[in-house]
Structure formats: structure tokens, C-alpha cells
Design a protein around this ligand. Structure first.
Ligand SMILES: [Zn+2]
Ligand SMILES: [Zn+2]
Length: 73
């Protein structure tokens, strides 16, 4: 499963609002959804479109480091 479905857009400061933003945990180069984000620019919160896979996984324990989001009883 290495097929990328995201468009390979060149990073720029003008299309930041059209970007998909991913969530990372212990590995800053690997998003929770499994996407390699080592080449993705860091964008502020609220910019771009949230990756729905990352959003879903954000509420679950990290499979790599075991980090558990707060509020989970
Ligand atoms: Zn993602
Ligand atoms: Zn982690």
C-alpha cells in the first residue's frame, strides 16, 4: 500500500489554503494516516483541509509509541 492518492503539488506559500493537513505524533515525517509528510510544509492550525483519516486516528492511541490522547477513560 504505497500508492499515493494525493495530488503532488509543489509547496508554495500561495496554495496553503488548498493543502491537506495531516497529524503527526512521534514521527514528524510520517502522518497518522501513513502518509510520508517529510516534504510537506508545516502550516498553522486552521489552514488547509484536515485529513479525515488523521482526524479519526488522532483520537486513538498511537500504534507506534502508544501515546493516548487525553480524555480517554
Ligand atoms: Zn493524514
Ligand atoms: Zn506516536
Amino acid at each position: 500500500m504505497t500508492t499515493a492518492t494525493l495530488p503532488a503539488t509543489a509547496p508554495s506559500n500561495t496554495d496553503v489554503n488548498d493543502r491537506t493537513t495531516h497529524v503527526v505524533c512521534c514521527n514528524a515525517d510520517l502522518a497518522l494516516c501513513g502518509l510520508d509528510v517529510s516534504d510537506e510544509p508545516v502550516v498553522p492550525d486552521g489552514v488547509g483541509h484536515d485529513c479525515i483519516v488523521c482526524l479519526d486516528l488522532e483520537d486513538q492511541p498511537c500504534p507506534r509509541c502508544g501515546y493516548t490522547p487525553e480524555g480517554d477513560a
